[in-house]
Design a protein around this ligand. Structure first.
Ligand code: PRP
Length: 207
């Protein structure tokens, strides 16, 4: 169970900024709602970790925007490191995981908080927590902005969850399709015709 209750998001707003109307069917989480929720998450995390030696481990690349905003809401001394991990594969399922960058800092004996943008099948978080746990941190918790629980294959939950969302192809606020859309300041829903027209066998499909 998450340590705080995630916000449930079920409805898509169909007012999309004109620039993105051709690609996006709607906005799932607005910029305002993201920032409000991240402020709440940051306060909860700050309370839980007060006085501890904390290392935030951010998973590249989807977490960049979320991490930047969350860090500004964490009001305690901490260090940050990055772990590169990607899933590649054809079709609509996550493929094999590849670690593309290792940690630089030593995690042994420190309190580790892993931050990721989305928890989907759970394969990424399962592999990452397994790898970090083997390095003997003092504690290990996880924090995700979005949780697409319907898609879970691994039995894993995050400790801090921003929003629980339906099974839609989401992009923006760090999340990509074929490496695009990461810079949108909100979480949007990609039109099916966009990913169907652009699906390439070497890239992961809808998640
Ligand atoms: C995405 C996302 C998560 C992972 C979640 O990463 O950032 O890390 O998938 O999926 P899972 O729960 O099914 O494992 P991706 O491999 O697409 O790389 P990216 O972060 O560079 O976009």
């Amino acid at each position: 169970m998450p340590l705080s209750k995630p916000r449930l998001v079920q409805t898509v707003q169909h007012r999309v900024p004109p620039l993105h109307r051709a690609d996006l069917a709607g906005v799932l989480v607005s910029e305002t709602d993201l920032q409000k929720r991240i402020a709440v998450m940051g306060r909860a995390i700050s309370k839980d970790y007060a006085g501890k030696d904390v290392l935030v481990v951010s998973l590249l690349s989807g977490t960049v925007l979320f991490l930047a905003d969350l860090l500004r809401r964490m009001s305690f001394p901490l260090r940050v490191d990055f772990l590169g991990v990607s899933s590649y594969g054809a079709g609509t399922e996550s493929g094999d995981l590849v670690f593309t960058k290792d940690l630089r800092l030593d995690v042994r004996g420190v309190h580790v908080l892993v931050v990721d943008d989305i928890l989907d099948t759970g394969k990424t978080l399962r592999a990452v927590t397994g790898k970090i746990a083997a390095l003997r941190p003092a504690s290990l918790r996880t924090c995700v902005l979005l949780d697409k629980r319907e898609r879970r294959i691994e039995s894993i939950e995050a400790d801090y969850v921003g929003f629980r969302i339906p099974n839609l192809f989401v992009v923006g606020y760090g999340l990509d399709f074929a490496e695009r859309y990461r810079n949108l300041p909100f979480v949007g829903v990609l039109r099916p015709e966009v990913f169907e027209a652009n699906a390439r066998p070497e890239r992961k499909g809808p998640r």
